[in-house]
Unconditional design. Structure first.
Length: 430
């Protein structure tokens, strides 16, 4: 929304807004916020709102939050009287310089760099989650809300009303949900988003999880995005669709005959770097239990339409809006980092004219393809030795994220009951 600060202040007054949430993510991608009163908003626009950031990685002093006016949303699950609105914020140091751990700025600056080279990018997400029943005290159980399967309808699909409420809430907030469905697992759901610019897509992905969890809780349910919450049942993936234009012309095509050279180079670039960046796409130990099962990819390969490959080029009606879909990530990831690394890998492929291997046509075809890392430990080691990762992440972000991943891995390795550890740290937090 291209409003001025004056128009925003009028909106606040006319719509009985009583609280303003200034939202940001820490260096690990965890959603944070500070609530201010309406009479502080003008000051926030002009001077920022200071907060103690000494507990945030890579920072040893106060920081300032400046609301990004274009990200205004009304929180629909809050009371209509005394409304609550939310802004995503840009983060600066008290001397006015950008905070080097500001992930939104990191992604935004990269998008601007590509724009100057005449490229534009749009990203969409398809994100799966499970709905579980809660006990008499409101605590989550491991009992799925239904026993339905792929594309089932009510009464088998007991999640239908909750999904509808989630989509309506997202729409009211200005998000662009495209479709929703019950997917393969019991109590498992998916909501797809229309593509938008990469920064908006990352903002939406971060807040989408909060919307899902809030609406689920209001319906007496518990929502989790844990990659593999139920053994021997389908995991939860985050499928990332990417559309790129070069001077206004799409790079990708849904058919081999019309595929551009740059489109092929872009896909090759991602495949060549995917192992090195997997710990960012799949940042928890539980992530690796999903690979190779129930359509989740295991091999570094690609295909037209095939739903089990790491990258697929989906069919598009009439050939409109051609895109690729990266299928290995999960919702535990930090989308600001992930989107930047995927784009950087693709554009590196174009710059180096990297050669794309042959299409993989069948679900069973494995060929001589490399495999995705089989554990978080392997993925971390690949990232630590990657010059590509160091080149494309600010040192503060790279150091802090790797340190956190290593700490989490050490905690997991020291746990006697590893499934219980994952339930405590992932099922209840992701």
């Amino acid at each position: 929304m291209n409003y001025s600060p004056k128009e925003i202040l009028s909106f606040v007054e006319e719509n009985d807004v009583k609280f303003i949430r200034l939202t940001f993510t820490d260096i690990y991608g965890q959603l944070k916020n500070i609530a201010i009163m309406p009479d502080q908003l003008s000051h926030a626009f002009e001077h920022g709102i200071a907060f103690d950031a000494t507990t945030l990685a890579g920072c040893h002093s106060d920081l300032l939050l400046f609301p990004d006016i274009s990200t205004l949303s009304v929180l629909p699950w809050r009371p209509k009287s005394g409304r609550v609105i939310r802004f995503f914020c840009n983060i600066r140091c008290t001397d006015g310089t950008p905070y080097k751990g500001d992930l939104r700025a990191e992604l935004s600056n990269y998008i601007e760099k590509m724009r100057k080279k005449n490229y534009s990018c749009e990203i969409g997400t398809k994100c799966e989650f499970y709905l579980f029943n809660t006990d008499d005290e409101g605590e989550p159980t491991k009992v799925p809300h239904d026993r339905a399967s792929y594309l089932d309808i009510a009464p088998l699909d007991k999640c239908e009303n909750v999904r509808r409420e989630i989509c309506l809430s997202l729409e009211e907030m200005g998000f662009n949900p495209q479709s929703s469905r019950h997917t393969h697992g019991p109590g498992q759901n998916e909501i797809d988003f229309i593509r938008s610019d990469a920064l908006t897509a990352a903002d939406n992905m971060v807040y989408y999880k909060t919307v899902v969890k809030n609406i689920a809780a209001q319906n007496g349910l518990y929502a989790t995005f844990m990659p593999k919450p139920i053994e021997k049942k389908p995991g939860c993936g985050l499928h990332i669709s990417i559309a790129v234009k070069d001077g206004g012309e799409f790079l990708f095509s849904p058919s081999a005959e019309k595929q551009t050279e740059k489109g092929s180079h872009f896909i090759a670039g991602i495949l060549n770097r995917i192992r090195e960046i997997t710990c960012f796409l799949n940042p928890v130990t539980n992530s690796y239990k999903r690979f190779g099962e129930d359509f989740a990819p295991k091999y570094v390969n690609w295909s037209f339409e095939n739903h089990s490959q790491l990258i697929r080029i989906p069919y598009t009606a009439g050939g409109k809006h051609p895109r690729i879909e990266v299928r290995s990530a999960d919702a535990a990831c930090n989308p600001y980092i992930v989107f930047k690394l995927l784009l950087a890998a693709g554009f590196e492929g174009i710059e180096n004219r990297e050669v794309l291997g042959e299409d993989t046509f069948t679900n069973s075809a494995t060929g001589n393809f490399a495999e995705l890392p089989s554990s978080l430990e392997e993925a971390i080691e690949l990232a630590k030795s990657s010059e590509f990762v160091r080149k494309n992440l600010a040192p503060e972000i790279h150091e802090a994220v790797i340190k956190k991943l290593e700490y989490d891995l050490a905690e997991y390795n020291s746990a006697i009951d590893k499934p219980a550890f994952e339930d405590e740290y992932y099922f209840k937090t992701i």
